[in-house]
Write a protein that binds this ligand. Structure first.
Ligand code: ZN
Length: 597
């Protein structure tokens, strides 16, 4: 049996999709339909059903009674098939996780728009993607990882197919008048579409750079066969004035980026903004292996109704965050110095936050649903990022393996072993067990890192990078973070709130915390001079470490006076440098690590 869906951007100006789902043989006891509460890859309960508006059920021409059972489930009264549900979805969430529709474009994830008929999750799906009505939309095209039916030309409106519901909701769809570039990587067709106004976008460079990135990743997982795990791949990119995010899918990804992160014709170098974009694309692409296919046992299958708990996100997000940049270096898209700059930045950020001493990355993974994804003003003091510390753990494992084996073994061997296990299991794949990594490291490399890995992931131990980098001829310099005076001298982060200077975070053990300032307070004066959103650092530059400064701030609408004693010791900042005097062996190890063979 096939479940049939149709979606139309019916009222672009009102941001409303019309959707139908038809089941030929509904449950005789009454057919249930549910919408996922979350989207795999983004670990937070989002309750997408809140965007569903008018909804009705029909059997032939007859209206069928529909009852709401819980926040995201409906039950249609018993009816002879086929049974069709028709409903409206409000789509005004410009993120990679939801759906967005206006007169310039349409984007949706299936988790936001496609109700799942209970008992039909494994059945094939047919989806009619219908165009909006009106001549002004006649130039719209379609981009998606879904397979077009024989009657439909790829890239146009028509019928698309999915093997089951999970594939249907794992293939987001973009419609509009996007810019587009195609390339092949290891023989596999790839495309990137870019929505949003981006003048003079250098599509040619984008295609060439993404190709290098993609081929390096395919060759890492499959050095001999050089085969990608999909038949084609689609990057759906939304370019905006300010924004950043990505979500991985099995043969596509949805990205949101700043327009200024994309290359323009005539741009010669790899700007740090463009590096940010390449890092994002590389990250989501790496997920094609690490989390979309190899994944925690807790995600096999995904339970779409509630939280799915695993202590391993440091491995699936952290390792991906490590490889996204290191593989850009190996692809020749980052220089050695640029790469060392990115890892030093991660080391600095993790070390500056006391959250790393209170939560392990395993705990952070488990609690992602209520902590990492729901960060408040206290997050730096209470949460460790399983992305950032997870990336450091990956680097630590990789460097340890390379160091101990004179460069003959590495984390790549471990990833390839896990990949072979996935491929060998086929449909019987049960996922990566919570304790599997140390054992896989030993099997792949003959080196036992169990105790070290436990300390870094189940405990809160810092990674000793000075010792780890030394055999690679890299020196770790521990300097002071002086680039943001308000952070260095007061121990707080602020944001511009209109003309106001509002405190976002107050760091543990810092001068602001000791003086009684809090997240949410608005600083209005310092040393008798008015503070605005833009001048806090300029005012601070007149003071020195150890000075006591009067700070006036509003908490809600109550004015408060504080005396802040400026820090004598600013937070640490790490710089990684290649040691010019390093041995030949060290240079060889470094090359093996950062260059593709
Ligand atoms: Zn990720």
């Amino acid at each position: 049996m096939t479940v049939r869906y149709a979606i139309r951007p019916a009222q672009p100006a009102a941001h409303v999709f019309h959707v139908t789902v038809t089941v030929d043989t509904p449950d005789p006891a009454g057919q249930h339909f549910m919408l996922p509460a979350w989207i795999p890859g983004s670990y937070m309960i989002r309750e997408f059903a809140r965007h569903i508006g008018r909804i009705s059920a029909l059997s032939g021409d007859d209206r069928v009674a529909l009852e709401k059972i819980d926040k995201h489930t409906w039950r249609a009264a018993p009816a002879e098939g086929p049974l069709t549900l028709a409903y409206e979805v409000y789509a005004w969430d410009l993120s990679v996780r939801g759906a967005h529709l206006d007169e310039t474009h349409a984007f949706f994830n299936g988790t936001t728009v496609f109700l799942l008929p209970a008992g039909h999750r494994e059945e094939p799906c047919r989806l009619d993607i219908l165009p909006p009505e009106g001549r002004r939309f006649s130039q719209w095209k379609v981009a998606t990882g879904l397979q077009p039916a024989r009657t439909t030309r790829r890239g146009t409106f028509g019928t698309y197919l999915a093997a089951d519901y999970d594939e249907l909701i794992d293939c987001p769809v973009e419609m509009g008048t996007f810019q587009r570039v195609e390339f092949t990587a290891c023989g596999v067709p790839h495309e990137m579409v870019v929505t949003g106004r981006v003048p003079k976008l250098d599509l040619k460079r984008l295609g060439a750079d993404l190709q290098r990135m993609a081929e390096t990743q395919i060759r890492m997982f499959e050095p001999r066969r050089q085969m990608a795990p999909f038949e084609r791949y689609t990057f759906l990119t939304m370019a905006v004035g300010d924004g950043y995010g990505g979500l991985e899918h099995r043969n596509s990804t949805a990205l949101i980026c700043r327009r200024d992160d994309l290359p323009y014709t005539g741009m010669k170098d790899t700007t740090s903004a463009y590096r940010t974009f390449l890092g994002l694309a590389s990250h989501e692409y790496f997920h094609s292996w690490n989390v979309k296919r190899m994944r925690p046992a807790a995600f096999v299958p995904y339970d779409l109704a509630r939280e799915n708990y695993t202590r391993l996100l440091w491995m699936f997000e952290g390792f991906t965050s490590y490889y996204d940049d290191v593989l850009l270096a190996r692809a020749g898209l980052l220089t050695e110095a640029q790469y060392l700059e990115t890892i030093a930045k991660t080391l600095t950020t993790v070390t500056q936050r006391s959250g790393r001493l209170k939560q392990s990355v395993a705990e952070s993974s488990f609690d992602a649903w209520i902590k990492y994804y729901r960060q408040d003003e206290n997050a730096p003091n209470s949460v460790v990022s399983y992305y950032q510390k997870g990336a450091l753990v990956a680097a630590a494992i990789d460097l340890t393996l390379r160091g101990r084996s004179s460069g003959r073994r590495s984390l790549d061997d471990v990833m390839r072993l896990l990949w072979r296990r996935y491929r060998k299991a086929g449909a019987a794949y049960t996922g990566v067990l919570e304790e599997e990594l140390p054992e896989a490291v030993e099997e792949a490399t003959g080196i036992d890192l169990t105790r070290l890995i436990r300390g870094w992931t189940e405990g809160t131990r810092d990674v000793d990078f000075a010792a780890l980098f030394a055999p690679f001829g890299i020196v770790v310099e521990r300097g002071l973070a002086l680039d943001e005076p308000h952070f260095a001298m007061m121990g707080l982060k602020t944001r511009r709130d209109g003309a106001d200077c509002r405190i976002v975070n107050v760091f543990d053990g810092g001068p602001a915390q000791a003086a009684g300032l809090s997240g949410g307070d608005v600083i209005v004066a310092m040393g008798g001079l008015r503070v605005r959103a833009s001048n806090l650092d300029a005012l601070l530059s007149r003071y020195a470490a150890g000075d006591a400064v009067e700070v006036t701030a509003f908490r809600r609408d109550e004015l408060q006076q504080h005396v802040v004693t400026l820090a004598r010791q600013p937070p640490p900042k790490y710089v990684l440098k290649v040691d010019a005097a390093a041995t030949k062996t060290a240079a060889r190890l470094r090359k093996q690590w950062l260059r593709e063979r």
